[in-house]
Design a protein around this ligand. Structure first.
Ligand code: NAD
Ligand code: MG
Length: 383
């Protein structure tokens, strides 16, 4: 039987990588739902190729753009995932970027046997609610961000109390080892990642290392380990994704080519034992040596790391606020309203401000509506 697939964010980098894998394995998968937010031409071409039953859109403008195509091809457009009926996807890929992915992820759980989640922001902002839904509907869950997928594999069947430290690797982004005035950095420079080809938001987060701060918060929530168990190491080759140091002196790391297709395909299949992603040789052609390089991150170059100190207050509203303010600030940079280093300096200032401290003292996240209350507070802070 073909596995029924739902992709939230099919027009993005993770969505496209997933569809590339599926297109090579059409006998194993049937795409039932696609979704996107802006690139309607790509969404239409994906729908022509994969013939889904549903397209999920939350954007009215896009609905108008693809309405006639969908009527002609008998594809049902839905604007609310709760309208899905009598369906259970074998696998859902949650790959919307930002907090915009939170409600779709929460809503799709009841319709999914297994969720592969790339959307770290929804975990950071709503893990409490996501994990509750996963338990309620008995759905499996696999994080596919390469570091988290590696940690998951490395700690399988191991006692968590025996972990001394977990190192999450960072490529260092486009400005690692570059003597450059960060104030003058253009959008194109910031999103030109040296190794990974990703969406704009995560690319900016990778350029200033905020992506690692978010990944550590994500990992701490997912694996139920304190933030101080995690550290960042710069590894420009992006071959090693996570290193686990055990208290008994042994360390293990996970090594794979820097492509998201590896965690994705190994989560799509339960026991994959053959993939065209395997390179024949460990060494590159004509090379007789391979060195793995690691650096300690320079706090002056990457002040984002200090944000982890604020996060250590261990309050989900703090995580949420860090995530939301960062999203707004990244957007401001992408709209050319602020300079690249302002993202972290403003985030740091705001998180230490009296207004935020007071808000945090008086507001806790108990209900999903509290998440959006904090979202609106952050929005007001930046206006
Ligand atoms: P992307 O920008 O390339 O794609 C985002 C997708 O989400 C697109 O399909 C877009 O249309 C959709 N989307 C955006 N806003 C939306 C909204 N308001 N409503 C509905 N859909 C919306 O991003 P990406 O690089 O694919 O990253 C997706 C997620 O995966 C992010 O959370 C990112 O942190 C995470 N992730 C990505 C990578 C990677 O290699 N790209 C690696 C690890 C984790
Ligand atoms: Mg990652």
């Amino acid at each position: 039987m073909k596995k029924k697939i739902c992709i939230l964010g099919s027009t993005g980098s993770i969505g496209k990588s997933t569809l590339e894998i599926i297109s090579k394995n059409r006998n194993d998968f049937e795409v039932i739902l696609l979704s996107g937010n802006s690139n309607f031409r790509l969404l239409i071409s994906q729908a022509q190729k994969f013939k889904p039953k549903y397209i999920y859109l939350s954007n009215f403008y896009l609905t108008e753009k693809i309405k006639y195509f969908c009527i002609k091809n008998k594809i049902i457009i839905i604007n609310d995932l709760n309208l899905l009926k009598k369906i259970k996807f074998d696998i859902t890929i949650a790959a919307i970027s930002g907090i915009a992915g939170l409600l779709p992820t929460l809503n799709i759980i009841k319709f999914s046997k297994k969720i592969l989640i790339a959307n770290k922001e929804s975990i950071i902002c709503g893990w409490k609610f996501i994990s509750r839904e996963l338990k309620k509907y008995n759905s499996d869950f696999i994080p596919i961000d390469s570091e988290h997928f590696s940690i998951l594999k490395l700690i399988e069947n191991k006692n968590r109390n025996s972990i001394h430290k977990i190192y999450i690797t960072a490529s260092g982004g486009p400005f690692f080892n570059k003597d450059i005035n960060l104030k003058k950095v253009s959008i194109n420079q910031a999103i030109s990642h040296p190794v990974w080809k990703m969406g704009k938001k995560i690319s900016v987060d990778s350029a200033n290392l905020m992506n690692k701060v978010l990944e550590i918060i994500e990992a701490s929530l997912l694996f139920n380990l304190p933030l101080n168990k995690f550290s960042i190491v710069i590894h420009p080759q992006s071959l090693v994704h996570a290193i686990i140091q055990y208290k008994n002196g042994l360390s293990f790391f996970s090594y794979h080519e820097p492509t998201m297709k590896i965690p994705i395909i190994n989560s799509l299949y339960d026991n994959l034992n053959n993939s065209d992603l395997v390179k024949e040789d460990f060494f590159n052609k004509n090379s007789k040596e391979k060195k793995l390089i690691f650096f300690k991150p320079d706090l002056k170059k990457y002040p984002a790391i200090h944000i982890l100190e604020i996060a250590k207050k261990n309050d989900v509203n703090v995580y949420l606020m860090i995530n939301v303010l960062n999203e707004f600030l990244v957007n401001q940079f992408l709209e050319k309203k602020i300079f690249f280093p302002d993202i972290i300096s403003k985030l740091s200032l705001l998180m230490r401000s009296k207004q935020v401290k007071n808000y945090l003292k008086n507001n806790k996240i108990k209900h999903i509506n509290d998440v959006f209350k904090t979202y609106n507070f952050c929005k007001r802070l930046l206006n």
